[in-house]
Design a protein around this ligand. Structure first.
Ligand code: NDP
Ligand code: MG
Length: 389
């Protein structure tokens, strides 16, 4: 029996993971499931999977969750501390599928137990990559990437020597606005940005795909996870979302990972790793697909990519500022306080403000500094947005 914990179980990635686990229930022992507002789903899954504990991150949702689970024997808790506590419960496999920087502390706590952490929560790698990687190394823990591009790279590197890697290419669908001219992007609405051409995902990452902030985050994620020189990482727009990433070697070979746009593939790879299990994704009929297209990304329409390049160059705490400013700007766009193109302006202005007042280049980063700069970046981003609005 594999003991599993799912952080963010009620979300898009969390539900895909539970779909896989639910197909072979006899192999899994569910330790903890966590969610947020969707306590109805959380309670349903906690009962279905006989989870030891069910936790909502919101204290004001605890009573409802308790009512739903009354008499089941399933322990109920709420709040960030309870989620972090759940990460200390012995587990063989923990999925970090919370959205946002809130995923950082639970993920770090799981690594401190020496656990295997399947990481969908890219924000934690962008915010505190060196800290996460060092914590894993110090505790003999394993991080398995779940973001589809990073799972693809990881699979392309099995049995390879990093010294022979010349470049890494991550693909981007281009998001909802890949064909929109710059003038039209300024008018993009929340509904338009919330619909993805290929992937069915949570709302926040869907909007980040439309702005290419998702790809920007993934550039930083690639640098932090694989420890590769940022100059060797490229982005390629690939509309079909079938090739997820390519690894280029010193002999000129390019190894591509091809699969349908279904997160159960990357989650399933991490769930069965180091073996390959049976994963019920669609089998591609390449004759039917016919053609695959590739094009260079447009940095003028999608300035988030250049912001990521700056962040990778600066390192230290700049990823934490970048992520927090991006989360605040995304909140601002969702609430209607700023327009679509303002998001990258807010992030750039916030990074400028903070790098002028604080030293972001740090040899070593510690959690307290990360949390402090994350909070400061959110305050500064709100100030910037007040001036725009
Ligand atoms: P969703 O918004 O669908 O789900 C997020 C999950 O986190 C939900 O369970 C939600 O609870 C919970 N949650 C929200 N806020 C908090 C908080 N402050 N503290 C604790 N839990 C919280 O997101 P996705 O599943 O789309 O994405 C999850 C992560 O995976 C993100 O980091 C994303 O970038 C990454 N990812 C997602 C992909 C996808 O296909 N969706 C692909 C690659 C990476 P509730 O809904 O109950 O409120
Ligand atoms: Mg991805």
């Amino acid at each position: 029996m594999k003991r599993v914990t799912v952080f963010g179980a009620t979300g898009s990635v969390g539900q895909s993971a539970l779909d896989l686990i639910g197909r072979d229930p006899e192999f899994y022992d569910v330790v903890a499931l966590t969610g947020g507002r969707n306590v109805a789903q959380l309670a349903k899954d906690a009962v279905r999977f006989k989870s030891d504990v069910a936790i909502t991150c919101y204290d004001d949702m605890a009573a409802e969750l308790r009512d739903l689970l009354f008499g089941t024997g399933i322990k109920v808790a709420s709040g960030d501390a309870a989620i972090a506590e759940a990460a200390t419960r012995p587990a063989d496999w923990t999925l970090s599928a919370i959205v946002g920087a809130a995923g950082l502390v639970p993920g770090l706590t799981a690594l401190q137990q020496g656990n295997t952490l399947a990481l969908a929560n890219k924000e934690s790698l962008v915010t505190a990559g060196p800290l996460l990687m060092q914590t894993a190394a110090d505790h003999g823990a394993t991080i398995l990437p779940v973001d589809s591009e990073h799972s693809a790279i990881f699979q392309g590197l099995v049995g390879e020597d990093m010294a022979a890697v010349e470049r890494i290419i991550i693909t981007a669908s281009g998001g909802a606005f890949r064909d929109w001219p710059l003038e039209k992007l300024a008018t993009a609405t929340l509904a338009q940005a919330s619909s993805h051409p290929n992937w069915d995902m949570g709302q926040r990452i869907t909007i980040d795909s439309a702005s290419m902030f998702n790809k920007a985050m993934e550039l930083v994620e690639t640098k932090e996870f694989f420890g590769i020189d940022p100059a060797k990482i490229e982005v390629l727009v690939h509309r079909e979302s079938l090739v997820h990433a390519l690894v280029g070697f010193t002999d000129g070979a390019l190894m591509a990972h091809v699969g349908p746009p279904d997160m159960r593939h990357a989650i399933g790879y991490a769930l069965h790793w180091p073996d390959r299990g049976h994963v019920p994704v669609e089998r591609l009929d390449l004759a039917k697909v016919g053609q695959l297209s590739f094009e260079a990304p447009d940095h003028t329409r999608f300035p988030a990519l250049d912001l990521a390049a700056d962040v990778m160059r600066t390192g230290g705490l700049s990823g934490a500022v970048f992520n927090a400013a991006k989360e605040s700007a995304l909140d601002g766009f969702i609430d209607g306080r700023i327009g679509f193109l303002d998001m990258s302006r807010v992030v750039a202005a916030t990074i400028d403000k903070i790098s002028a007042s604080e030293g972001l280049q740090k040899a070593q980063i510690v959690l307290d500094d990360v949390l402090e700069i994350d909070a400061l970046a959110r305050v500064r981003a709100d100030e910037v947005m007040r001036n725009i609005g």
